[in-house]
Structure formats: structure tokens, C-alpha cells
Design a protein around this ligand. Structure first.
Ligand code: ZN
Ligand code: ZN
Length: 354
């Protein structure tokens, strides 16, 4: 109910007297309904979830604070139009990033009320995690931490990146994850210079650095962590950039706090890496929100003016990538608290040489 109250409190500012929510992740966030189709309409006085016959029972049991309306022979457009007419709504917000031109046209033809494009409204609410959400994220992080401990006993020269990814994913499922949180990145040797090197058939060799970027998907929530390890003694330059990346991460973890902007938080790791001469080799943002989605608000980068707030779960993930040599990224998940941060990821960060 708190989520509904927070959303309704924004209606005047948004200039709407109701909103249509069609984004599946936002639908799940608001209602608790995990089905793959359904439309949410929230007004000052009502909260309805429109579903087709496949989902009526599930919606009724999961969407506790919602009136479930079955779309029998009517389209969702007619259903929403009737509701809008009954309540005398004049301005209905919709999620402009999610509604196609065709769907928008169909709503406009059916509904008398003016359609008002909205952006990032539910995504904004989602940045501050509830206690229940935090519990699920913590479990997802624990599963990925346990998987890291396990994979260190498995990695050896002669196996492929895909072997490593499969083992990580299988292990996380055995620990209760529904799946991996995203396509597991296992980038070894020269491939570790690819920030998003999804596992391939490349064989792991002695002297390779291996970047493992993966997470667990647990009860709708995701973890997202990266560790870079070595198999046998790596080249000196790789060891040097490892230390720089680790120090830049520690710098960021020591400095991030509620109230600073995403740009200021980004600078904590970026300025350090730039000072050491590798600024150009750190070409991505330094972190992002994580929760129901892998990448969600806020996105810490050189242009982010949004403020970090207590209750946000963020990643911090500096990296350096050198073509034809290799790369290093280290990524933690953190919870922003009233007086600093809590580091959720517990896996060791000193360079591990297998
Ligand atoms: Zn990651
Ligand atoms: Zn990430």
C-alpha cells in the first residue's frame, strides 16, 4: 500500500488523475503479480489489474491490494476506457518508453481522457528498496558469493570459458536461484579486454586473467558481481592494472554516501584511474542500480546529476581494458545507508592466483 500512496502523491505534479502501467517489471513491482501479461490502472480511489482468463486466479492471489478485472471478450482498451468513464478521469498517464505507437493509437481511439506521456515514474519509486526487496537481493548476493568460492575450486587450464559459465550457473541454481541474472561473462586472456565478453569456447591457459561477471536471479531480484582472477602468474602490467582498479574501487567504496550525485560518485573511481594514466581505458559508467532489473536507476556516470539516496542498492564497477593484453574489472553490490554504505558482496578482492 505504501507504493500506491507514494505514486498517488505524485499525481498532481505529473498532471494526471490516473496512470496506466504496462511495463512488466513495473507491474510486478506494484502488484506482486508475476504473470507475463496484464495492465495496471491506478487512480486516486482505485487500483485495478486487468488480465485475461489465464491469469485470473494467480492475479487474485498475488495482487493483494488490487481489484482484478478479467478481460472476457473486451479488449484492454475498452476495459480501461470503461473504467476511465465510470470514474470521470480526464488525464491518464502512460509509460511512453513501453507503449508502442500502435497501442497508443488504440488507447486514444477508445478513451475520452487525454493520454499523458510519463517517463521513469515507477522506476523512480523502485530506486529505494523496501525491506522485503532487500532481503531478496541479499539472498541473491549470497548465492553469487557462494558460487565464487565454488568456482575457484573448478577453474584450471584446459577447460573452456563456457565450462566455467555452465558450472557457475548450475551451482547458483542448486543454491536456490531460478537462473543466472544475465548472460554470464567469462572473459579470459586477451578476451578480458572486452568489457562484455560473454563466455565462448576459448580454452583457459596458464597466465590468463579471467573476468567473471555474473549474478543470481532469486525471487525476481538480481545480484551482479565481478571478480578478475589469474590462472598462473600474470604479466606485470596486468598485475599493475589490477592494483589500480582495486584501489579505485576502494576509493569509491570509502567515499560514496547519500546526498552526492551520480557524477560525484563516479568521479571517486574515475579520477583515481585517470591520475594513474588509464582514464581512456575506463570507458563505461562506474555503476548502476540493481534489483528487479539488472540495470536500473540510477546510472552513475560523468553526466549523472541524480542524487544517491539511502535505501538504494547500487553496483560499483571500475575497470581498465587494454586491447591485445587483457582487462580487469571488480564489481561490488552496495546498499546506501543513512551514514555511509554497506558492502553486500563479501567475496575477496585481493588478486587470487590459481
Ligand atoms: Zn556485472
Ligand atoms: Zn553491473
Amino acid at each position: 500500500m505504501e507504493k500506491l500512496a507514494k505514486l498517488r502523491a505524485q499525481f498532481d505534479q505529473l498532471g494526471v488523475d490516473g496512470v496506466i502501467i504496462t511495463n512488466g517489471v513495473n507491474r510486478r513491482y506494484l502488484t506482486g503479480f508475476t504473470g507475463s501479461a496484464g495492465t495496471v490502472v491506478i487512480t486516486k480511489s482505485e487500483a485495478c489489474l486487468f488480465v485475461d482468463f489465464r491469469y485470473v486466479d494467480q492475479a487474485q492471489s498475488q495482487a493483494e491490494n488490487y481489484t482484478v478485472i478479467e478481460l472476457e471478450r473486451q479488449s484492454v482498451f475498452t476495459g480501461v476506457a470503461k473504467m476511465a468513464e465510470r470514474l470521470g478521469l480526464s488525464r491518464l498517464g502512460f509509460e511512453q518508453e513501453n507503449v508502442t505507437y500502435r497501442v497508443h493509437t488504440q488507447y486514444q481511439e477508445a478513451i475520452q481522457a487525454e493520454m499523458v506521456p510519463l517517463s521513469g515514474v515507477i522506476e523512480g519509486l523502485r530506486t529505494i528498496k523496501t525491506a522485503e526487496e532487500l532481503q531478496k537481493i541479499r539472498t541473491a548476493v549470497e548465492i553469487s558469493d557462494a558460487a565464487f568460492t565454488h568456482i575457484l575450486t573448478y577453474i584450471r587450464p584446459g577447460i573452456t570459458e563456457i565450462d566455467v559459465a555452465n558450472e557457475l550457473e548450475f551451482y547458483m541454481r542448486k543454491q536456490g536461484a531460478a537462473s543466472s541474472a544475465f548472460d554470464t561473462i567469462v572473459a579470459s586472456g586477451h578476451r578480458s579486454a572486452l568489457p562484455h565478453g560473454v563466455a565462448t569456447t576459448k580454452v583457459i591457459e596458464t597466465g590468463d586473467m579471467i573476468t567473471l561477471d555474473y549474478g543470481a536471479y532469486y525471487q525476481g531480484y538480481r545480484s551482479d558481481m565481478t571478480r578478475t582472477i589469474a590462472v598462473g602468474e600474470p604479466q606485470d602490467e596486468l598485475k599493475r592494472i589490477y592494483t589500480i582498479v582495486l584501489d579505485s574501487l576502494e576509493n569509491a567504496l570509502a567515499g560514496i554516501k547519500a546526498g552526492m550525485t551520480g557524477r560525484e560518485a563516479d568521479a571517486l573511481s574515475r579520477d583515481y584511474i585517470t591520475e594513474k594514466g588509464y582514464g581512456k581505458q575506463y570507458g563505461h559508467g562506474s555503476g548502476h542500480g540493481v534489483g528487479l532489473d539488472l540495470h536500473e536507476e540510477i546510472f552513475m556516470s560523468t553526466t549523472c546529476e541524480k542524487r544517491i539516496e539511502s535505501g538504494m542498492v547500487l553496483t560499483v564497477e571500475p575497470g581498465i581494458y587494454i586491447p591485445n593484453l587483457g582487462g580487469v574489472r571488480i564489481e561490488d553490490d552496495i546498499l546506501v545507508t543513512a551514514d555511509g554504505i554497506e558492502i553486500l558482496t563479501k567475496s575477496p578482492k585481493e588478486l587470487i592466483i590459481l
